[in-house]
Design a protein around this ligand. Structure first.
Ligand code: AGP
Length: 611
């Protein structure tokens, strides 16, 4: 989600607004901007890319004044660029906006008929024009004019609005997107999230849907959208700034596990419009993808596991042969690069040395390159943007070394790429594409359902806390999920956890089985269920202690194995993203109960920028 900061008080606004955006960087963004008012003039500065680019703009052209608004944006309507960055200004009005205006096209046409011209591709700019129009009609009452304008608006918004005609007022409005009011002495704040202003105040009003906050330096008035005054009790937030960044969770990893529904929403948000899947690829040279005859997916660790899932998506939906390789292997095996060959690098950080080097090698041999990445303007996107480009996961920064929300949003991204390739090749008809996109929209709700089982998964972790070894096994997608689950467990709990394709056990690994070996069997009611149950019996008959990951409605397995990790039934393509969550939670609680440093495990770094 994008970030909003507003300030009105007795101090220069610029540095406070920039500092607030800095504290919201964890939300992820691809452009940023600021607007302040001073002596009847609006100072508007915007820049694509990281906050440092905006700071450079301000060094030569500072934004003066003690009242202002600022914003970090993830592109939804319109690609990441200066003209699409917020704030948007028209006439005396400047505003920043989180959310989506659903009837933006209708409003745009109406305003164009009145002579309005637009500089950006965003729905937010339309809002600035609309509000300015109503302010012209009601010049004496800034708040009333905004309320009147918003009666025309359908959709979700968190707004911070300035008017050069009313420099002593800052207005915030909340409808379906978070917005809080920071209360301080001689100054007041607006923010999309507490960390932005927690270093200045711990007193907040949390705005509810349909509420407007009218701020001056010394006073705050809250009304509904009819103008009726509302009284609210302020809250005192006792979090430290560090805890605020963890949003009250004990570890970043648990926060990031629970952020996954929102991370998926943010990765999909504003990118899909019915079956116009191409819209999800703004700024990416997708025309080259239609000629691709061979694909190599590369990555490391969790990103490699995401690539394994991506292979199955692309081969099934686009019928293109896909190989998957560890980036560290690809770069040294003298790979065969052929014509119309795409090498796609998957990376959360965008800085992993092996993945970067492998992509450079591919590019040097005239392969097309592309990236799926979570960090804007990092090394791998900068390289791949010289070729086809980067599909950004909008997971927001992932702080914990163990990758969780990056993995699920990588799966969503690779699925969208597979759908695009299938549409381009005609291996996917419009009806099937639409059905699969609708399934994808159900993923956040499915993830929420899994997260409801956290307490029972924590109990499973307690039961197996003393294990020295663990084996994970599954078939098909669940073989890959087993590998990712084993990686999570080994890297943060230090339990020696391994994964094998369930059908592979009898070819050697079953020799490991005895009554001290817990085996996590991933058995979902799909076409491989019966085969997996046979594999379960193979290890059980040799004494293994069984933990099953199964469907919530699988009464047979749940009655046989009380330590069940449960997931809802889901569309087959979404199974990897749904099934990994219980294993992430299991790994987290094993490590936490062992008193280990969950977010910073021994010997590991968040981004492996060396070979
Ligand atoms: C996963 O939990 C690990 N942190 C690690 O395997 C990671 O996935 C790997 O180092 C790749 O990092 P990247 O996605 O940033 O390229």
């Amino acid at each position: 989600m994008c970030g909003i900061v507003g300030y009105i008080g007795n101090r220069p606004a610029e540095s406070l607004l920039l500092d607030g955006l800095k504290r919201l960087e964890y939300r992820g963004y691809d452009s940023a901007g600021i607007a302040t008012l001073h002596e009847g003039q609006t100072y508007l500065r915007r820049a694509p890319g990281r906050l440092d680019n905006l700071k450079k703009r301000l060094q030569n052209n500072p934004a003066l004044g003690n009242v202002g608004i600022s914003h970090t944006r993830w592109a939804s309507h319109g690609s990441p660029s200066e003209q699409n960055a917020h704030p948007h200004q028209f006439g005396n009005i400047a505003l920043v906006h989180n959310g989506i205006i659903e009837n933006h096209e209708e409003l745009k046409q109406e305003l164009q008929q009145l002579g309005h011209q637009f500089q950006s591709d965003t729905d937010s700019e339309i809002l600035a024009h609309l509000i300015a129009r109503y302010c012209e009609q009601t010049p004496d009452n800034f708040a009333k004019a905004i309320r009147q304008a918003l009666t025309r608006v359908e959709g979700a918004y968190a707004l911070a609005i300035l008017d050069t005609k009313h420099p002593d007022i800052l207005i915030g409005v909340k409808q379906a997107c978070p917005l809080v009011v920071g209360i301080a002495e001689g100054e007041n704040f607006l923010a999309s999230d507490f960390p932005a202003v927690l270093s200045h105040t711990r007193q907040f009003y949390i705005l509810d849907d349909g509420e407007m906050a009218i701020l001056t330096a010394s006073h705050i008035q809250i009304t509904d959208l009819e103008g009726k005054r509302k009284t609210k009790e302020p809250i005192t937030l006792n979090w430290s700034p560090a805890a605020a960044e963890k949003a009250g969770y004990k570890h970043f990893m648990l926060k990031e596990i629970f952020e996954q529904p929102q991370a998926v929403i943010d990765t999909l948000c504003g990118r899909l419009d019915h079956d116009k899947i191409e819209q999800a690829f703004l700024g990416i040279q997708i025309e080259h993808l239609s000629n691709i005859e061979r694909i190599t997916l590369i990555g490391c660790g969790t990103s490699y596991h995401a690539a394994l899932v991506g292979k199955r998506y692309i081969e099934a939906l686009a019928k293109i042969p896909v190989e998957v390789d560890f980036a560290s292997e690809f770069r040294y095996r003298n790979p065969l690069i052929q014509n119309n060959h795409l090498v796609l690098g998957v990376s959360q950080s965008g800085e992993t040395a092996d993945t970067l080097a492998a992509l450079k090698l591919a590019q040097s041999q005239n392969a097309y390159t592309m990236a799926v990445c979570n960090v804007l303007d990092s090394a791998i996107p900068r390289l791949c943007n010289q070729s086809i480009g980067t599909f950004y996961t909008h997971a927001g920064p992932e702080i914990s070394v163990a990758s969780t929300k990056a993995f699920t949003t990588q799966l969503v991204s690779l699925y969208l790429i597979a759908l695009l390739l299938g549409k381009q090749r005609g291996t996917l008809n419009s009806k099937d594409l639409q059905r699969r996109l609708e399934n994808l929209y159900s993923l956040p709700m499915l993830l929420e359902k899994v997260l409801e089982h956290e307490a029972s998964i924590q109990q499973v972790a307690k039961n197996w806390l003393k294990s020295e070894h663990m084996l994970f096994m599954g078939r098909g997608f669940l073989d890959i999920v087993a590998r990712e689950g084993a990686l999570k467990t080994k890297e943060i709990s230090y339990i020696h956890a391994e994964a094998y394709a369930a059908g592979e056990m009898k070819h050697g690994p079953i020799a490991l089985i005895d009554d001290k070996m817990p085996v996590v069997v991933l058995a979902i009611k799909d076409y491989l269920y019966e085969k997996t149950l046979s594999n379960l019996e193979e290890v059980k008959s040799r004494g293994a202690q069984i933990i099953v990951l199964c469907n919530e409605d699988d009464q047979k397995l749940r009655s046989l194995y009380p330590d069940a990790l449960l997931i809802p039934s889901c569309p087959p393509d979404l199974l990897p993203a749904v099934a990994i969550l219980p294993l992430q939670i299991l790994a987290y609680h094993l490590a936490n109960l062992r008193g280990l440093d969950v977010d910073q495990p021994r010997n590991l770094a968040k981004s492996v920028t060396i070979e």
